[in-house]
Design a protein. Structure first.
Length: 201
């Protein structure tokens, strides 16, 4: 797993999957160029958006133009499909210049992405931040991934409703992460986090 400019890439065999895309500029081609340079011959096959907020979904059209399927939580599909098909006439992006159908896949509860060598499990999580929020889990390394609900390595207060939503989701899914990486923050122990959340008043 490597991070560059707020984008987390997970290599699965010959596939580079984007778990979290946080760009505040309008040129996803620059990010795709970094991916191509760092991981040659590993095309981006899928873009997983944790949720629809602008700071996490901005630039998704560029990944769609590059051929990626886009995975979103249930109830976010219509929004993303509209994003993919809306005209961009003032500042034409890659999708406007070369239109193509972009497949948007909604995760109702759980979806597994795999190439046979590595699996990435996606879970739709009930929470108060965004409808259709997704977290990810890599079972072979027991690593979870979350954004906005918890900033691993950065948060100093525990027991918030957002943090409790993560603990509830992990228990519901029956997964056993040892660590969690965050779209904000770094990486931290999940058992320690869960204990602090459960022990908070």
């Amino acid at each position: 797993m490597a991070e560059n400019g707020g984008v987390t890439f997970v290599l699965a065999g010959t596939v580079s999957r984007n778990l979290q895309y946080q760009l505040y500029f309008q040129n996803p081609a620059a990010t795709l160029a970094v991916v191509k340079a760092k991981f040659p011959n590993k095309p981006v096959k899928a873009l997983v958006l944790t949720h629809h907020h602008m700071d996490h979904a901005n630039g998704a059209r560029g990944f769609g133009a590059a051929g990626a399927k886009i995975y979103v939580g249930a109830d976010n599909g219509a929004y993303l499909r509209n994003m993919m098909t809306s005209p961009h006439n003032v500042r034409k992006d890659a999708l406007a210049k070369k239109p193509r159908a972009v497949e948007v896949i909604e995760v109702a509860d759980k979806t597994v992405l795999s190439d046979g060598a590595r699996s990435i499990e996606l879970y739709r999580i009930a929470n108060g931040h965004a409808e259709g929020m997704l977290i990810a889990y890599l079972p072979d390394v027991k690593l979870g991934y979350v954004t906005d609900l918890w900033a691993p390595g950065r948060d100093t207060e525990f027991g918030t409703a957002r943090q409790r939503a993560i603990v509830d989701a992990v228990e519901k899914a029956g997964i056993r992460p040892e660590r969690f990486a965050g779209g904000h923050g770094s990486v931290a122990s999940y058992p320690e986090f869960a204990a602090k959340v459960k022990g908070a008043k």
